[in-house]
Design a protein around this ligand. Structure first.
Ligand SMILES: NC(=O)c1ccc[n+]([C@@H]2O[C@H](COP(=O)([O-])OP(=O)(O)OC[C@H]3O[C@@H](n4cnc5c(N)ncnc54)[C@H](O)[C@@H]3O)[C@@H](O)[C@H]2O)c1
Length: 247
């Protein structure tokens, strides 16, 4: 896979806008498409709002807005792209059909990357031409601000595609983590859901108020979680290196 200079962003809602801003800030050309034309104005407004602080964040003197081009057909958007970032609504049928169409129109070897926040890649890439190039790259909102991206392989995804994806997302100042195999909901959202589920049980059984449950995170472990993950947190003060076991 050659160097990625042009990225097609398909669907310019909340996440498509976020990707567009991050990509423009890293001098990548963005080829944007949304089936709803009104999104074009929203995209421009959001870019103008975010540009001043995104420049500071990435230490850029300028962000070249001429690198953004909006298209009115899917085919013309993806045909010359070096990577496709799909950002359409979270729905198996819609994404499977859309990715199949994209794969018919784009170059045969380019990465097709879905922003899905929990769907299984083997299912949404099941009708993709050359599905070994299909991956999930799940970002976190706002995409231009948060560095995490979860890369999830489907059963047919090649290691070449995973390596290329890792390299590319690092090049736009992200911290990719690659799952060993696919699971619904991936990693970060599953951890958040576990906490949410427990909070709902506690409320349901009448042990505490919602305010106190929020403070139980905000004033204590939340401060640590902003710096340390689950394993690091539980071994706080004991661990000497990442390789130490937790048994
Ligand atoms: N919102 C979040 O916090 C978040 C975080 C991470 C990942 N995601 C994932 O990103 C994806 C997009 O989510 P979102 O929040 O941006 O949704 P959104 O509803 O804000 O945007 C979706 C956009 O896709 C467009 N669209 C619908 N069908 C299309 C088609 N066939 N072709 C082109 N465009 C089409 C819509 O017009 C809309 O503008 C979903 O898979 C979602 O799970 C969302």
């Amino acid at each position: 896979m050659s160097k990625i200079k042009k990225v097609a962003v398909i669907g310019t809602g909340v996440i498509g806008v976020g990707w567009t801003i991050r990509l423009l800030a890293h001098n990548i050309k963005v080829l944007a498409y949304d089936k709803n034309l009104i999104q074009r104005n929203i995209l421009i407004q959001e870019i103008k709002r975010a540009v001043p602080f995104v420049k500071k964040l990435f230490n850029k003197k300028n962000i070249n807005l001429n690198n953004l081009k909006f298209f009115s057909s899917l085919e013309s958007t993806v045909k010359d792209a070096d990577l496709i970032q799909e950002c359409a609504p979270e729905n198996y049928k819609l994404k499977t059909q859309l990715i199949s169409q994209i794969s018919n129109y784009c170059k045969p070897e380019v990465l097709i990357s879905s922003s899905s926040s929990g769907l299984l890649p083997s299912r949404i890439f099941s009708k993709c031409k050359n599905s070994k190039r299909g991956i999930i790259a799940h970002p976190f909102n706002p995409v231009y601000l948060l560095p995490l991206v979860e890369i999830v392989p489907g059963k047919k995804t090649s290691s070449k595609s995973l390596n290329a994806a890792n390299k590319f997302y690092k090049s736009i100042s992200m911290n990719p983590i690659t799952l060993k195999k696919e699971l619904p909901g991936y990693l970060s959202d599953r951890l958040q859901e576990a906490l949410w589920r427990e909070a709902l049980h506690i409320i349901n059984e009448g042990y505490a108020s919602t305010e106190d449950l929020d403070r139980a995170i905000e004033d204590g472990p939340g401060l640590r979680y902003s710096l340390m993950g689950t394993f690091f947190n539980f071994s706080f003060g004991r661990r000497k290196s990442w390789n130490e076991t937790y048994a």
